[in-house]
Design a binder for this molecule. Structure first.
Ligand SMILES: [Zn+2]
Length: 118
């Protein structure tokens, strides 16, 4: 199990396993946030401390971006549709050794929606 937390510690995630891959997406929102995404099934992720988050939705409003209300760190995204078995955790909140151990993949979310290393 690994942990991820925002800067102030109000928000702590416990995750079943370290990410094998992390994704650097160049879409309009991800490039501005500067996040690295580790994708999980929601059942793999628990909220050990669930501080208050502010939400941001845009475009088709299918995804909620959560950020800590106290320190502003983007923590994760969750699907509005509860049947979607996928969420994204900001790997920047994990220990840097964990991030270094994962394969970094670049996603062209801005144009093609495809990984650039495929
Ligand atoms: Zn915080």
């Amino acid at each position: 199990m690994i942990r991820a937390s925002c800067h102030c510690g109000a928000f702590v995630l416990e995750i079943d396993a370290a990410p094998v891959e992390i994704t650097d997406c160049n879409c309009s929102i991800c490039r501005r946030y500067g996040v690295l995404w580790a994708y999980y099934r929601p059942r793999q992720v628990r909220f050990a401390r669930a501080g208050e988050t502010d939400l941001y939705l845009w475009d088709d409003r299918a995804i909620r971006f959560h950020r800590c209300r106290a320190c502003g760190c983007v923590t994760h995204w969750s699907a509005v549709d509860g049947s979607v078995d996928r969420m994204g955790v900001n790997a920047r909140l994990m220990n840097p050794d964990i991030v270094r151990g994962a394969r970094l993949r670049r996603l062209d979310g801005a144009v093609t929606g495809r990984y650039l290393d495929e």
